[in-house]
Design a protein around this ligand. Structure first.
Ligand SMILES: Nc1nc2c(ncn2[C@@H]2O[C@H](COP(=O)(O)OP(=O)(O)OP(=O)(O)O)[C@@H](O)[C@H]2O)c(=O)[nH]1
Length: 244
């Protein structure tokens, strides 16, 4: 199976209201990147899409990126949803996960679960995170990869490679070690592998999900919601002042 990119244009989909966003197409490959704080979710996405590493990012509000790729000779739109971090609850088992992330999980067809090899706590969030995805998508196989990021920081390693491999096998996915900072290779291999898995799944069992129109529209931008909230506040203060 061949996979490659036709262009390297990064097209951030602006944080517009839902109706102004490019609607999802049945052929879109929709991927969400999930993980604990500061594991490199944004860095991995940016590395994959632009082949560059950019040191630091604004706190993540959940940007969606799109790009054309070729899978098996067919051009499709790849949509990659970045997400705010998740965290374990104090009991060490449950997950603190924003509603925005739940919508992203529901919307997506493929999942990149990321931890940092230098942060064993981030590794421990992966299984509860997977269980959470499973609760939202209880039936069928879900295309998933596990990425151990920051492999350039070998001296600070807290999670051995075999632990990553074992966990990925447990989740029914493949494990990739990558460094968004140092190299394209692991990152490209990981994302393209998932794209192919999604493409297969969408043509198979998940095709049912698409045909029945169960997909939610892309998660709303929190910025937009904040704007709407402020707009309502202004409106209600105007109504109050008009009636007094
Ligand atoms: N050494 C090293 N640093 C990395 C790598 N990837 C990301 N970082 C750094 O790790 C920090 C967090 O990276 P982000 O991409 O913002 O991580 P994130 O998971 O999106 O962060 P949040 O969304 O805020 O949880 C930044 O300082 C990055 O420069 C990597 O592969 N190697």
């Amino acid at each position: 199976m061949s996979a490659g990119t036709t262009n390297f244009l990064l097209v951030p989909i602006p944080e517009h209201p839902l109706q102004e966003c490019a609607p999802d197409d049945d052929k879109d490959v929709k991927i969400v990147v999930l993980g604990a704080s500061k594991v490199g979710k944004t860095a991995l996405i940016v590395r994959f899409l632009t082949k560059k590493f950019i040191g630091d990012y604004e706190p993540n509000t959940g940007a969606l990126y799109a790009r054309k790729i070729t899978l098996d000779g067919e051009e499709v739109t790849l949509k990659v949803q970045d997400t705010p971090c998740v965290a374990l609850q104090d009991d060490g088992e449950g997950l603190v996960c924003q509603e925005q992330i739940n919508r992203s999980i529901y919307w997506a067809d493929g999942y990149v679960l990321v931890f940092s090899i230098t942060d064993s706590a981030s590794y421990r969030t992966v299984l509860p995170l997977y269980d959470h995805v499973r609760r939202i998508h209880p039936s069928g196989g879900i295309p998933i990869i596990l990425v151990g990021n920051k492999s350039d920081l070998l001296r600070a390693r807290q999670v051995p490679t075999d632990q990553g491999e074992t966990l990925a096998a447990q989740l029914g996915g493949v494990y990739f070690e990558a460094s968004a900072r140092e190299s394209n290779e692991g990152v490209q291999a990981a994302f393209l592998h998932l794209c192919q898995e999604v493409s297969r799944a969408v043509g198979g069992a998940n095709g049912e999900k698409r045909r029945s129109g169960l997909h939610l529209a892309r998660p709303k931008s929190p910025n937009m919601q904040e704007l709407k909230r402020r707009f309502r506040q202004v409106l209600s203060s105007r109504v109050k002042s008009a009636t007094t």
